[in-house]
Ligand binder design. Structure first.
Ligand code: ADP
Ligand code: MG
Length: 332
């Protein structure tokens, strides 16, 4: 006898998508990527982990698509196909009816984009769709008392966006989303290496340099690493020594943009809530917040206590999971 479909929570990130199934927990965490036939884009060849593996290794006839850009649906059809695959993989098909699905979104998404995403999730198999702002889910995931009459501040730094929010009594009081996150850091590093070192590197290499070497404040003991790429001058393979001071300079611009967004939100936060935040601190979630010393940088620049969440990349899906288990909190 088939059961009714369980409720599902999805953290739809620009780089990574996770799926939580009620009463089971997190069952999927895979890259937000689809590989399709170039000629017939309805033919899906791979999704998630398999798609990431094929990326850069696939023949001309295949096309790898990242359906989200800066936290928003950039390719509607591919988003739908990917979500359909993940939902099937998460719960199978042996159910009566369709599941209710909770999906994370950046703050301040306009109505047109909210409708488009809702429609994609519906076509992927949902009966009802509920959109949850990422910092709200992140705040729950890192254990903040979001339903209390207390101000909590969360800054979620993902791959495509940074979402800043002040939360109280179960809602966002002030929020802002900017299209700057880990991806932008990869880009500014790539551009820096091209401009200052005449070397062209791929996205994967610059992401590795970011994780291994870059920092939001200059390192006390500078280091350097070898970076392999293509020499811009003679288009041959080349290797350079890249040091931590250069890496720091390269990511300064996105770090400053994050400061600006936090300041914008703080300036619009009611004084009582500001006082709460000064006491309990600003909480960092999302994989981008793992940039070395970003917590110290924000704390020193804004003169505010900053706490980096444990496992920042998982906060959002953990919060989505909590809401999936307690779905009466989001259903009208
Ligand atoms: P999204 O939800 O947008 O998919 P995530 O919260 O999963 O994003 O975070 C992914 C981002 O975090 C990527 O840009 C990745 O490079 C970055 N990231 C992960 N680990 C680190 C690290 N140790 N240092 C700096 N950035 C990191
Ligand atoms: Mg995220």
């Amino acid at each position: 006898m088939p059961l009714s479909a369980p409720d599902i929570g999805i953290d739809l990130g620009t780089s990574n998508t996770s799926v939580y199934v009620r009463n089971r927990g997190i069952v999927i965490s895979e890259p937000t990527m689809v590989v399709v036939d170039r000629d017939n884009r309805q033919t899906v060849r791979a999704v998630g982990d398999e798609a990431r593996f094929l990326y850069g290794r696939s023949p001309e006839s295949l096309l790898a698509v990242s359906p989200l850009r800066n936290g928003q649906v950039a390719d509607f059809d591919m988003t739908e196909l990917m979500l359909k695959y993940f939902v099937r993989k998460a719960i199978g098909v042996n159910f009566i009816g369709r599941p209710r699905i909770l999906v994370s979104v950046p703050c301040g998404l306009d109505d047109v984009k909210r409708k488009a995403l809702t429609e994609a999730v519906r076509l992927a198999g949902a009966k009802h769709v509920f959109l949850i702002e990422k910092p709200f889910a992140g705040a729950i995931g890192t254990g903040l008392p979001v339903y209390d009459p207390l101000g909590s501040m969360v800054v979620d730094i993902g791959a495509g966006t940074t979402d800043v929010a002040v939360i109280s009594l179960g809602g966002l009081v002030v929020s802002q989303s900017i299209p700057v996150g880990g991806d932008r850091m990869d880009e500014t590093l790539m551009n820096y290496m091209k401009r200052e070192c005449n070397i062209i590197v791929g996205k994967q290499t610059s992401e590795n340099v970011k994780k291994d070497l870059a920092s939001a404040v200059p390192l006390e003991n500078p280091r350097n690493i070898l970076v392999r790429g293509i020499n811009q001058l003679n288009t041959s393979a080349g290797t350079i020594r890249f040091n931590s001071l250069q890496a720091y300079e390269a990511v300064r611009e996105p770090c400053e943009a994050i400061i600006k967004a936090i300041r914008w939100v703080l300036e619009r936060t009611p004084p009582e809530l500001c006082a709460d935040i000064m006491r309990s601190g600003l909480h960092l979630t999302g994989g981008g917040s793992l940039l070395f010393a970003l917590d110290r940088f924000i704390s020193e620049r804004l003169n505010i206590p900053v706490l980096l969440a444990r496992d920042p990349q998982d906060c959002c899906i953990l919060g989505m999971g909590y809401l999936t288990e307690n779905i009466q909190l989001v259903t009208p």
